[in-house]
Unconditional design. Structure first.
Length: 256
């Protein structure tokens, strides 16, 4: 009984202390709230944006360097234009070279890989046996001859998949490259196709850099605009901060 009484006494002391703390916090909040409500209301902060910022942003977004020239910064404008020309030249050069190399490896593959040599039987087997990890889409021409559909998958399969190596005209199952599922012609074909893909990737990279140059030039032109003449603008913005509103404590309005 004595132990239970001591436990109850300690619980009562804890509850009393918690009660005192809560009363103190509530009183403090009431005082702060009263003081805050007595402060005179202040006008919300206003932010006005010069319309020339938007114009220069759009100009440099279309033609990098245009907005910089409008700002009077011709040197930066020339740099952005130079980067644009270099990017376009890099894209066109690599893309054209990649397309030329693509035509080259396709012609080489058509000349040295034969579907009839590869699919010599009608029982599902090929010259390479029953190994099948990829399909070869075919069609029947007007003469009743089954031919492969030479799309992207065709040219990729004859370069990568081991079950198509037997279609190359110089394939030697006892040759030095047989263990690697290669032949001299297939090796040359793979090198040409790899080079074509590299050139296309370089062109894609150049295209990405062109877009980045547009964006950087646009933001640089907007930030470099002289916006000291606020009264001449037709753009206006308002920024509100209300610490007592949890859901909408910060609000921004833009008026055109």
């Amino acid at each position: 009984m004595a132990r239970n009484g001591a436990t109850i006494g300690r619980c009562c002391l804890v509850l009393i202390n918690i009660k005192k703390i809560l009363i103190t916090l509530i009183a403090g909040l009431l005082i702060l709230s009263t003081a805050y409500t007595q402060e005179p209301p202040q006008a919300p902060a206003k932010l006005k944006v010069d319309k020339r910022m938007l114009k220069n942003f759009v100009k440099s977004l279309i033609i990098p360097g245009w907005g910089q020239v409008e700002n009077g910064n011709k040197v930066r404008g020339i740099l952005y234009v130079t980067a644009e020309i270099a990017g376009i030249y890099g894209y066109k050069t690599n893309y054209d070279a990649g397309a030329e190399k693509e035509s080259e490896f396709k012609l080489f593959g058509d000349a040295h890989w034969d579907y009839t040599t590869w699919s010599f039987s009608d029982n599902g087997e090929t010259a390479c046996g029953n190994l099948r990890t990829h399909t070869m889409d075919v069609y029947t021409d007007s003469d009743g001859i089954v031919r492969p559909i030479k799309d992207h998958h065709f040219y990729e399969n004859i370069s990568k998949s081991p079950e198509f190596v037997c279609g190359w005209d110089d394939w030697d199952p006892n040759g030095e490259l047989a263990d690697e599922d290669l032949s001299p012609n297939k090796l040359n074909y793979v090198d040409m196709r790899t080079r074509s893909n590299e050139l296309y990737r370089n062109a894609q990279l150049a295209g990405t850099l062109i877009m980045v140059n547009h964006l950087i030039s646009a933001f640089d032109a907007a930030l470099g605009t002289d916006i000291t003449s606020f009264e001449s603008t037709s753009f206006a913005g308002k920024f509100y901060i209300n610490p007592l509103n949890v859901s909408r404590g910060i609000t921004m309005e833009v008026t055109f």
